[in-house]
Design a protein around this ligand. Structure first.
Ligand SMILES: Nc1ncnc2c1ncn2[C@@H]1O[C@H](COP(=O)(O)OP(=O)(O)OP(=O)(O)O)[C@@H](O)[C@H]1O
Length: 340
């Protein structure tokens, strides 16, 4: 406890320094240091058991810290959890609501419980999510209960919202509506932290994302930087000359001004249409396009590299820019299993 807080991070709304949680001999979170800035949507990604919920519950003081420190909305959740919870609206992954109450009663009850509760905001959210508030919780479906829990949590006007898998059990149109609500809150200056297994919604909504893997903070990513990374796929013209080991010599030397932007360029073994070429780029595409146009390539396709490739790399512990040929298919299967 009581680790040094870096002065640059003094304005962070969430700050953790070497935060660690052990259950007996098992480490659920290890040396996690991260900072969330006011007004951003911060995503937490990671496979099952990675430590996302552990981190969130430490931030709210529901779990005791083993070592390291956290500061949330200016307070230490270990010693001031009441102050933290006054300022944070929290959606647990396993939200439990009073089964005997009707939806309307639940929203009124929770808005009175929270110091910054506002029932009218909860009712608005319930309406946007098309939730029938006349039903008793006991007779609601899983998705309806999730909508009700969301209506509860979007009620209080707290500076920070922490949502543990907010879109779990919801159909695609409701998921989209929840993400719009999250963005709306951010646009009013609130900060949102949320965990999810759905890469597309993190990609679409978050300003920054942290990847947890086996209790470690494996990677942090600014989404703007991710959107600047692309994969160019093309077929090598049959006339292009190749050295016997099929290296990337057919692509020539990468111009000096692009050396930082071209993260990877490979000629893959021949497929049904010829030899495939893959080039991964970072940063502004404009200068790269001129070079690409000069190469002996056809059927060129340019796609954003996307969170999927980073997730795969972090999840499998391989470099996202240099997957082994043939490994990609296995990796994709593993990701779709875990991350869709
Ligand atoms: N009370 C506990 N005692 C022992 N181990 C625990 C306890 N609570 C959680 N763990 C373990 O800590 C690890 C992290 O769990 P956590 O719930 O934080 O993961 P998560 O990333 O939220 O996973 P999921 O995506 O499945 O919700 C898991 O291996 C889990 O089994």
């Amino acid at each position: 406890m009581g680790s040094l807080i870096i002065p640059d991070d003094i304005n962070s709304i969430v700050l953790t320094t070497n935060l660690t949680k052990r259950y007996g001999g098992f480490t659920a979170l290890h040396d996690c240091s991260l900072a969330v800035q006011p007004g951003e949507i911060f995503g937490l990604l990671g496979p099952n058991g990675a430590g996302k919920t552990t981190l969130i519950r430490l931030l709210l003081g529901y779990l005791h810290v083993t070592s390291g420190a956290a500061r949330v909305v200016g307070f230490d959740p270990e010693s001031d959890s009441v102050e933290v919870r006054r300022r944070v609206a929290y959606l647990p992954g396993d939200a439990r609501l009073p089964r005997h109450m009707r939806g309307r009663g639940v929203l009124e009850f929770f808005s009175q419980m929270h110091p910054s509760g506002d029932a009218s905001r909860s009712f608005d959210v319930a309406e946007r999510l098309e939730l029938d508030l006349s039903r008793r919780v006991a007779f609601m479906s899983t998705g309806m209960r999730q909508k009700l829990a969301l209506a509860v949590v979007f009620g209080p006007r707290t500076p920070l919202l922490i949502l543990d898998e907010p879109t779990a059990n919801l159909d695609p149109s409701v998921r989209a509506e929840v993400l719009r609500l999250v963005e709306k809150e951010r646009d009013t200056g609130r900060t949102v932290m949320f965990s999810s297994h759905v890469l597309s919604e993190i990609e679409q909504t978050c300003d920054r994302v942290a990847f947890l893997r086996r209790g470690e903070l494996a990677r942090e990513l600014v989404m703007e930087d991710l959107f600047q990374r692309h994969r160019v796929t093309a077929i090598l013209r049959p006339s292009a000359s190749l050295t016997p080991d099929n290296d990337s010599s057919a692509l020539g030397k990468i111009p000096d001004n692009l050396s930082e932007r071209i993260e990877r360029s490979v000629v893959l073994p021949a497929g049904p249409h010829g030899r495939r070429v893959q080039i991964d780029t970072a940063g502004d595409l404009a200068p790269t396009l001129t070079w690409l146009a000069s190469l002996p390539l056809e059927q060129m396709r340019i796609e954003p590299l996307g969170l999927h490739s980073v997730y795969r790399a972090v999840h499998l512990g391989v470099a996202d820019t240099q997957p082994e040929p043939g490994q990609a298919r296995d990796a994709d299967a593993a990701v779709s299993e875990v991350a869709t």
